[in-house]
Design a protein. Structure first.
Length: 225
């Protein structure tokens, strides 16, 4: 079965880049690749990483709107193109430390593309004892089954832990505009926004979570049910 992983998570346009916070600053100087970073949550993650001083690269079929990122035009279903792109990136940056994958997780079952992507990046992530963070929404046409996202993360984390690579996943509610005049009883009653998910992903990829792997971090009420 051939599945093309080229569609970023459906969401409103990413907000304007915000000043870097402490989590983004933890990536200062690091070589980071965001797959599916041309729009949506991937674009928002790229913007925060760049503001924090990371050496960012975007892997997608079209370039991101923001400048300042190394762009790698490649289809994850083309292993040869992926390997060439990774070799060029590492030759330029000296390595790869973190990978964020911002494709809808349901499209990864079954799909050779994810294995091509991991296969092309794992040798460099291994050298850096790096991290992989998947980001997925519960609001897509094919929702992420709770058990399936957990199994996917645990299995991949188990395989890559041998090489010192951490693997975690962020599953989040769909993005909504904040209602006017509403006074939510708690933060959990508020709609999920980009920054909620970006910070969760940055935490899991950072050294602050150096001993965390195989975990699914759920952001929002719906994704936690």
């Amino acid at each position: 079965m051939h599945v093309t992983l080229t569609t970023p998570i459906a969401a409103p346009p990413a907000p304007a880049p915000q000043p870097a916070n402490e989590l983004a600053a933890a990536y200062r100087g690091a070589s980071v690749l965001v797959a599916g970073g041309s729009a949506g949550i991937g674009q928002a993650i790229l913007a925060q990483l760049l503001a924090g001083g990371a050496r960012t690269a975007c892997l997608d079929l079209r370039p991101p709107q923001d400048e300042g990122h190394r762009f790698l035009a490649a289809d994850v279903n083309d292993p040869d193109a992926l390997e060439r792109s990774m070799a060029a990136l590492v030759a330029d940056r000296g390595g790869l430390e973190h990978l964020f994958v911002c494709y809808p997780l349901p499209e990864l079952y079954p799909a050779e593309g994810i294995f091509h992507l991991i296969g092309a990046t794992a040798p460099y992530l291994r050298d850096a004892r790096g991290s992989v963070v998947f980001v997925a929404s519960t609001s897509q046409a094919k929702p992420v089954p709770r058990g399936r996202s957990t199994e996917f993360t645990e299995v991949l984390a188990g395989e890559l832990s041998y090489f010192g690579i951490r693997v975690n996943t962020v599953v989040h509610d769909h993005f909504e505009a904040r209602g006017r005049g509403q006074r939510p009883a708690s933060a959990l009653d508020q709609p999920v926004v980009y920054d909620d998910v970006v910070q969760a992903a940055l935490f899991l990829g950072s050294r602050l979570a150096a001993k965390v792997t195989g975990q699914v971090l759920r952001v929002g009420k719906s994704s936690s049910r």
